[in-house]
Each structure stands twice: as structure tokens, then as C-alpha cells.
Design a protein around this ligand. Structure first.
Ligand SMILES: Cc1cc2nc3c(=O)[nH]c(=O)nc-3n(C[C@H](O)[C@H](O)[C@H](O)COP(=O)(O)O)c2cc1C
Length: 201
């Protein structure tokens, strides 16, 4: 089976989005414009979410002052690259997503009281759906010509105290962003084969 033969994307798009894209730990110099961030979000927000609830919230860390506050909460192995990335995004989910349902999910507005009364249900749905949005975020960054470095190694309560205080937002992923510099620090790790990861019933 030839993957490209089965796709409607052109080969360059397949490479940029999937086959050649790597998780980045260093980047070329160059600022990322506000317009690029807006384009990334314009694609990210098209991710499917349960009832269209869209729990993802993004903090763009641009200033040196905010960067220093963020880096202090990254695990040691993630600190240097988070300090040197051209831009960093903190991805959080909002457990109070139900408050926007009159706008995001008017078809399901009758369920607002059920969600309002059940924080655990909201939290589970927020985490699930925001992770789907995070996958779209990484792909959107690639589509904009950037290389993303997602990281889960950080003190989430520390980041929440810095950037999410007074809200019901919970940080779950920090993503370094910048233009690719062509440096590959290790070979691609093994990806599971079709038969190892799927079953046909
Ligand atoms: C949810 C998540 C958490 C991750 N956490 C870290 C991290 O804390 N530190 C790090 O260096 N890399 C982290 N990574 C990067 C992964 O190790 C990397 O994406 C994976 O090995 C695939 O690499 P590749 O895209 O170059 O093939 C994380 C990736 C994801 C998706």
C-alpha cells in the first residue's frame, strides 16, 4: 500500500503535516506574528468537540516576564527549550465550558443545569475534548510552517496559579513553537504497525 496514493492531500501537505513533521526541541530565529497565531486558532477551532463545547483555552507566552514565570514551573529537562523557543503556548481546558453553551450549543441548552450540577462530568469532558483540540492545534501550527514541541512535564498547579488564577481553567499541555531549523536530535521512534494498533471486526 502506498499512503500517498490513498490521499487527497498533495505530497507536500502530507509531508508538512504528517510524514516529515517532527516534535521540535530547537528552532530557527524569527518572530511569530499575531496574524500567524490568529490563523493557527482559526484552524484549531474547527476541531470537533462533544456538543461543540470547545473547552480549549490558549495563553500565548510572548513577554520575557511571562516566559520566566512559565519556565519556573517546567520540569528541569523542559526548561532550556521553553526559554529559547520563539513563542510558547499554554493550553488549558475550562471546566466552566457549560456557561458558553447558549452560544456554542444552543441545541443542547436544556442540559446546562445537568452540567452545572456535576463538576466531575464537566472536568472529564473538558479534558477529553481539549486534548482533541490540542491535536488540531499542533497540526494547525505545522500548516502555518511551524514546528511544535508539546510538553506534559510541568507543575500544572504552579502554572494555573501564574496564568489561570480566578478562573476554572486547568493547564494540560505546554507547546513550544518556532520555525523548523532542520536539526533532528534523534531518529523517529517506532510507530506501531497497522496490525499492532487496530483490529477489524
Ligand atoms: C502529551 C505530550 C507530552 C509530551 N511531553 C514531553 C515533555 O514533557 N518533554 C519532552 O521533551 N517531550 C515531550 N513530548 C514529546 C514527545 O516525546 C514526542 O512528541 C514524541 O516522542 C514523538 O516525536 P516525533 O514527533 O519527533 O516523532 C510530549 C508529547 C506529547 C504529545
Amino acid at each position: 500500500m502506498n499512503v500517498q496514493d490513498e490521499l487527497i492531500l498533495d505530497a507536500q501537505a502530507t509531508d508538512v503535516l504528517f510524514l516529515e513533521a517532527r516534535t521540535a526541541n530547537s528552532w530557527a530565529d524569527g518572530e511569530i506574528s499575531e496574524q500567524t497565531l490568529q490563523a493557527i486558532y482559526a484552524l484549531t477551532r474547527m476541531a470537533p468537540t462533544a456538543m461543540n463545547t470547545q473547552p480549549l483555552r490558549i495563553s500565548w507566552i510572548r513577554s520575557a516576564e511571562a516566559r520566566a514565570r512559565l519556565v519556573a514551573h517546567m520540569s528541569e529537562g523542559n526548561q532550556a527549550k521553553t526559554l529559547t523557543a520563539p513563542l510558547v503556548a499554554v493550553l488549558s481546558y475550562d471546566t466552566d465550558w457549560h456557561e458558553l453553551m447558549p452560544t456554542t450549543a444552543p441545541h443542547a441548552a436544556g442540559m446546562i443545569p445537568t452540567f452545572a450540577a456535576n463538576h466531575a462530568l464537566r472536568q472529564g469532558m473538558a479534558a477529553n475534548n481539549a486534548h482533541i483540540q490540542a491535536g488540531f492545534f499542533i497540526m494547525a501550527a505545522r500548516a502555518a510552517g511551524l514546528a511544535a514541541g508539546p510538553m506534559g512535564g510541568f507543575d500544572a498547579s504552579g502554572i494555573d496559579a501564574e496564568f489561570n488564577s480566578g478562573t476554572q481553567r486547568k493547564a494540560f499541555l505546554v507547546v513550544n513553537l518556532g520555525r523548523p531549523n532542520g536539526i533532528v536530535d534523534r531518529d523517529r521512534l517506532h510507530r506501531l504497525e497497522f496490525d499492532a494498533a487496530t483490529q477489524t471486526l
